[in-house]
Design a binder for this molecule. Structure first.
Ligand SMILES: Nc1ncnc2c1ncn2[C@@H]1O[C@H](COP(=O)(O)OP(=O)(O)O)[C@@H](O)[C@H]1O
Ligand SMILES: [Mg+2]
Length: 307
């Protein structure tokens, strides 16, 4: 990690209001070249709002945004892209029936010929798509196959390779592993590490602390629009991270609540033990392991939705 030079991007004391909703409140964070900065937080924590500010979709209501030490004021994602700040959204903006190489060059198609004979340069596109994917360690058999035939993880990697090829210095990934099973998530995490090896600064958004810990150099944790601060791996154990993110304190409270219900039911049933509630209370007490199960359960559920 290069701390001796300006971060690639940095926000200082940023707030964002939507009417009376405070989506972000006095948040600061930065990303350096060659590091993976994980942005963590539960649903509604403000992660998407923060990356929309970074990528030029929203303007901050308050605070500063610096790119390599210089204040910027982006009016659109195009402005951010011009500075090499590329965002890969979860829905990916790909056309499933079009080829991998077509999708790779979507919006900036290489052409051959002139005037009415100008056409998409298929062989150039195929060759670039294949070699760029190979650089990320993925072997595409046939770049002319439809993107829809790729797995979710591979599709994410096409989007990442595309951003890198078009000169991204900062790569922002919004929950790239959220809808993936364990193995496919592993594929994406590997590309995240590859991007870092190529000296790109990566902002990796997730609500899965295990995915974050697998690749992150630093971690910024958001909760209800505020930040707990930024931590290095040395400063934050995986257990502490899970606790901060999953609101383990709230789980404890909920578990006590359920125990109380179980006791009341037991009394009402004259000594017969109420099973369901005490079971739930016990699994909630398990805390971290229960979080792991939940995370995997969600991934599994989403995977079935995926085509
Ligand atoms: N365009 C918007 N208008 C009003 N409220 C919004 C808007 N975008 C986000 N919010 C609110 O800001 C908060 C943070 O949302 P978001 O950044 O999407 O969280 P996350 O991505 O961490 O789940 C939520 O309470 C959400 O309802
Ligand atoms: Mg979000």
């Amino acid at each position: 990690m290069a701390t001796n030079q300006n971060p690639l991007i940095e926000v200082l004391g940023v707030s964002k209001y939507f009417g009376s909703v405070i989506a972000l409140n006095d948040v600061s964070m930065s990303v350096h070249a060659g590091e993976v900065m994980c942005l963590l937080g539960d649903n509604g924590a403000g992660k998407s709002t923060l990356i929309k500010i970074l990528s030029g979709v929203h303007k901050p209501s308050e605070g500063k945004y610096l790119v390599e030490g210089t204040p910027v004021d982006f009016n659109s994602p195009r402005d951010a892209l011009a500075y090499g700040i590329a965002t890969v959204y979860q829905d990916l903006a790909m056309i499933p029936l079009m080829s991998i190489s077509r999708n790779f060059f979507l919006g900036s198609e290489p052409t051959v010929g002139w005037g009415p004979f100008r056409r998409f340069n298929v062989s150039f596109a195929n060759q670039v798509a294949r070699s760029e994917m190979a650089k990320m360690g993925i072997d595409i058999r046939d770049p002319s196959q439809p993107v829809g035939t790729l797995s979710g993880g591979e599709r994410q990697s096409v989007a990442i390779a595309r951003a890198v090829y078009f000169g991204a210095k900062v790569l922002i990934l919004d929950e790239p592993t959220a809808a993936l099973g364990v193995k496919q998530a592993g594929v994406v995490l590997r590309y995240v590490a590859q991007a870092r090896a190529r000296n790109i600064g990566v902002v990796f958004i997730t609500h899965n602390p295990h995915h974050a810990y697998a690749v992150g150099d630093r971690f910024t944790i958001l909760k209800r629009g505020r930040t707990f601060g930024t931590f290095t791996r040395a400063e934050l154990s995986r257990e502490e991270m899970v606790r901060m993110m999953s609101g383990a304190d709230e789980l404890d409270a909920l578990s006590h609540e359920l125990e109380e219900f179980a006791r009341e039911d037991a009394e009402a049933n004259a000594g017969r033990l109420s099973s369901a509630e005490s079971d739930m209370a016990h699994s909630l007490e398990a805390g971290e392991s229960m979080y792991g199960r939940t995370a995997r359960g969600q991934a599994g559920a989403k995977r079935t939705d995926e085509r």
